[in-house]
Ligand binder design. Sequence first.
Ligand SMILES: Nc1ncnc2c1ncn2[C@@H]1O[C@H](COP(=O)(O)OP(=O)(O)OP(=O)(O)O)[C@@H](O)[C@H]1O
Ligand SMILES: [Mg+2]
Length: 314
Amino acid sequence: MTDTAAPAADPRFESVDAVRERLRSVDYLSDEGIAGIVYLADRLGKPILVEGPAGTGKTQLAKSVAEITDARLIRLQCYEGLDESKALYEWNYKKQLLRIQASRNAEEQSGWEDIEDDIFSDDFLLTRPLLEAIRAEDPVVLLIDEVDRVEVETEALLLEILSDYQVSIPELGTVTARQIPLVFLTSNNTRELSEALKRRCLYLHVDYPDMDREREIVLTKVPGVGEALADEIARIVRSIRQLELKKAPSVSETLDWARTLVLLGVEHVDAETATGTLNILLKYQSDIAKAAKELSGDQPGPGRPAGSPGVTGR
Ligand SMILES: Nc1ncnc2c1ncn2[C@@H]1O[C@H](COP(=O)(O)OP(=O)(O)OP(=O)(O)O)[C@@H](O)[C@H]1O
Ligand SMILES: [Mg+2]
């Protein structure tokens, strides 16, 4: 039994390993932690709050889970100023006005109460992503993307959905989900989320992948990349991430770099090639300069004695 209003669905996954395998089948390389939380969220009927640096696969996780569960992805992209009328629902005022006018023109005998009942019915409701997800009859995955961008007051709009999978519409009553959707909220941690929101979710911190997983991601996602090149790319990116940078390279930048190297016909990344293409990985001149210095072996890298070679040293 869950403490939610909506009925519990049949489990979508038989084990944590099954989650991992199925994610892999759609080219999403997870780890034990990621797959474990997805498995639990399904079993417990709880939303997942996914936090972590930019470009580490938070949004893609929700998309991939939708894909492997044959569910429709419904996405609410959050931004500053997002309000109820864009997140939940709004009344179709134009249509309501026309309906009122039409009844006047026809000199309808019906009283105002009848008209009111009519114009606040389903036919006049414009559903937005949150309500759409709750009312869906087919399986859905709800992605509330970059939730840290909305004001803290706006978070309150989400609370009823996240704990009870229902939406209260004053004029219509309470709409309850027929099935508990899998819900992902993502955050880049630009501000603290409210306790009320966090309490309703399972928490998943997605960090940069370790070297093996990043190499696998490169091999899976970049056509034409060889094992040796993927290995070098993962190593170099890891060493760059260990520097004190304004903005460390994300997985998406690793992938862009790998595609660039393949396009350039590179089979082996030497210091010169790496330095010449750093602008794909890094977006601040000061970071590029720091990384170039590290790659050329001028300065002692993390965990490496001074004078030992940069890129090519194994
Ligand atoms: N584990 C992974 N397996 C496969 N691809 C991945 C993985 N992690 C990241 N990627 C790839 O990296 C890219 C960026 O991922 P995504 O957009 O999901 O990041 P994000 O964490 O949502 O970033 P942001 O915070 O900027 O929105 C995508 O192309 C995605 O496919
Ligand atoms: Mg994202």
